[in-house]
Ligand binder design. Structure first.
Ligand SMILES: [Zn+2]
Length: 276
């Protein structure tokens, strides 16, 4: 068989799926545009990863009151961590992930909640829509250009300062990835947890924890539920809850940022490149 045709067939069987094809055929043809300044940081990528950061923003909003209900605590330094991560991806790998990040404080809007819980001032409705529409546009582009991809929703937690919680609603939001490449993507020595463990990090669930459920506090919130692959226009999606120890000081962030870049790029090479 012609080698090019063979490679194409392998690529189609390794990466495409009926869900992706259905979404691609019927989906909107929106494109995503870079936005550097302002309340949202939006970056058009050149690889099939979307990194979202809903809770790291420091900005106040004039004329809008602080929310009276729900959590208003910042996931401290997660925005700075992703800025560093993005720089490292560009510098080390010459690749740019898609990014949708909030610079607005969670005191005013929580992008990782349904609209009813996310905001109390209707002035912020447009911003809320833009954040989630940007994720959808990025997903649309990835389906068109790469066929398969991954959303990584970055959060910070301080309950277990030296741990990283992985959240997928017990693999519901990565259903396509597990169907495409098997359970090894989530358990065992080629899983995302195992890649973190190789760099000395503790994850929940761990790579060899084959039976337990994800921690209910951190098993995947609104973003991965809304944009995960279990939705008509979704993409495989994982929530990462990163312990405070790895993001608070510049030195901690730089060390963790380097390791996180390596882990994510290794995961990309394992499961998001065409099999040749
Ligand atoms: Zn968070």
């Amino acid at each position: 068989m012609n080698k090019k045709i063979l490679i194409l067939i392998v690529f189609l069987t390794s990466c495409r799926s009926s869900i992706f094809l259905a979404a691609e055929d019927s989906g909107p043809k929106n494109t995503i545009e870079d936005r550097v300044g302002g309340p949202l940081w939006i970056q058009r990528g050149d690889m099939p990863f979307i990194i979202t950061v809903p809770h790291g923003g420091p900005l106040t909003v004039n004329g809008v009151e602080i929310r009276k209900k729900g959590t208003i605590i910042t996931d401290i330094r997660t925005l700075e961590l992703v800025e560093l991560l993005n720089d490292l991806f560009i510098k080390i790998f010459s690749r740019k992930p898609y990014i949708v990040a909030s610079r607005i404080s969670r005191k005013y809007i929580d992008f990782n909640r349904s609209r009813e819980c996310a905001l109390e001032d209707p002035q912020l409705n447009t911003l809320y829509d833009e954040y989630h529409a940007s994720i959808e546009r990025a997903g649309d582009e990835i389906r068109r250009n790469f066929s398969c991809g991954l959303l990584i929703d970055i959060h910070g937690q301080s309950a277990e300062r030296s741990a990283i919680f992985l959240g997928t609603n017990d693999t519901v939001t990565i259903e396509q990835l597990t169907k495409r490449r098997g359970n090894e993507v989530w358990k065992g020595d080629q899983s995302l947890a195992a890649l973190f463990e190789k760099y000395g990090y503790t994850t929940f669930p761990s790579s060899d924890d084959l039976t337990s459920k994800e921690d209910e506090r951190y098993n995947g919130g609104y973003t991965v539920q809304r944009h995960g692959i279990n939705n008509p226009h979704g993409i495989d999606a994982i929530q990462l809850e990163i312990g405070l120890k790895y993001r608070y000081t510049v030195e901690e962030r730089e060390k963790f940022g380097q390791d996180l870049a390596q882990v994510l790029m290794h995961y990309y090479e394992l499961y998001f490149l065409p099999k040749l």
